[in-house]
Design a protein around this ligand. Structure first.
Ligand code: MBD
Ligand code: FE
Length: 285
């Protein structure tokens, strides 16, 4: 069994390392705490249990399989991989339901690796990266507008993404704290411009319980290369999104089912690397 104390302090990323960090990050998140609605709780809990009972009956689940499930659930908790598991296998449906009525920019799942409070710039940002950062230089720009296309002043565009090896700062060892994380506050023209590098595809850690489940099922553990974004503006509904690269590996077969056609970028060659423009139209709050 792997515990926090076992997490490799060096440069070798582990499922438990990123899992414990993702669990600690989620614990810091502000969540609306209201009174428990017992009717709603009974409905959701009751229907979830009924769905599990139905699978047991339909597939004649054995005690060996039941014990394997128990053991797996215990390990996922111990290694902190619940945020990873839920965001990869459940969040895309929650996002679909939550944002079904949007008229502006479509979004997708947030995933487990968002951290608020990245270094802020006005209008243009050199995204923090190492002197020897690997990967194709990427110039990513756009405009934040309302549904009518009017530029939004004072919008916040947050960007975070994996490096050229598929790792996120603050969730894999040996990467500077804010590496490949930045946020831009737009001016009156609503424009933002990030200078960064193109990320690599992301692999769900294969050495942990979530990876073991994926390989037991014979699936692949990959997400296509993606940029994460969160765009907020006064009086507007915030959007959490991801952008993918046309023709990229796994764009048509994301393990997290988070790709939508509207989110696929078509970069062009620039003087230094690749360039792409993508605008965000925000719904009213
Ligand atoms: C990721 O990088 C991610 O974006 C999601 C949704 C899940 C796991 C890892
Ligand atoms: Fe991601």
């Amino acid at each position: 069994m792997t515990t926090t104390a076992d997490v490799d302090p060096g440069t070798n990323p582990t499922a438990a390392g990123s899992g414990q960090n993702a669990t600690a990050t989620f614990a810091r998140k502000e969540r609306a705490a209201g009174p428990v609605d017992h009717g709603r709780a009974a409905l959701l809990i009751g229907d979830t249990l009924a769905a599990i009972h139905e699978v047991v009956r339909r597939h004649q689940v054995t005690y060996a399989e039941y014990d394997a499930l128990k053991s797996w659930l215990i390990t996922v908790g111990e290694t902190g991989e619940w945020p990873l598991f839920l965001d990869v296998f459940v969040e895309h449906v929650v996002e679909q339901v939550a944002n079904a009525d949007r008229k502006g920019a479509v979004g997708t799942i947030e995933g487990p690796y968002y951290i608020p409070g990245a270094p802020e710039s006005a209008s243009e940002a050199d995204v923090p990266r190492r002197a020897d950062e690997q990967g194709t230089p990427l110039l990513f720009q756009g405009t934040v507008t309302d549904l009518d296309g009017a530029a939004l002043d004072g919008a916040l565009v947050e960007l975070w993404h994996a490096d050229d090896a598929g790792y996120y700062s603050q969730f894999a060892p040996g990467i500077p704290e804010w590496n490949l994380r930045a946020q831009i506050r737009t001016g009156t023209d609503g424009h933002f411009l990030f200078r960064t590098i193109a990320p690599a595809p992301y692999q769900v850690p294969t050495d942990g319980a979530v990876g073991a489940m994926i390989s037991a099922a014979g699936w692949h553990p990959w997400r296509p290369a993606h940029l994460h974004l969160k765009v907020t503006a006064p009086g507007r509904a915030p959007v959490t999104s991801q952008l993918y690269f046309t023709g990229g590996e796994y764009v048509d077969d994301d393990v997290a089912r988070a790709v939508k056609p509207e989110l696929i970028l078509h970069p062009t060659a620039g003087p230094d690397g690749v360039e792409v423009t993508y605008d965000f139209r925000l719904d009213p709050a």
